[in-house]
Design a protein. Structure first.
Length: 81
């Protein structure tokens, strides 16, 4: 579909390509532990943010990063204690 722009005034805003999140990545469990290819947690390895595949398609990427970042931090503290 084509639209003609014959009547001013015209307005423009700069638009830049970008991606706000990824779909895929390292598989993690509910404690943000990285899982191996057999689905087992790798001791001491955690992931959050864009590198973690948390299956939240359609969710806000920053929210998922914040939530899994907090979960990862709590899990790391538990692991270290």
């Amino acid at each position: 579909m084509r639209c003609r722009l014959d009547t001013p005034p015209y307005y423009a805003v700069p638009v830049f390509p970008g991606a706000h999140n990824t779909h895929g990545g390292i598989t993690v469990d509910m404690k943000a532990q990285v899982l191996d290819t057999a689905g087992q947690p790798i001791p001491g390895l955690y992931a959050a943010g864009d590198v973690a595949d948390v299956k939240l398609f359609g969710a806000e990427a920053l929210t998922a990063a914040y939530v899994y970042g907090k979960i990862a931090a709590e899990s790391i503290i538990e692991y270290l204690n």
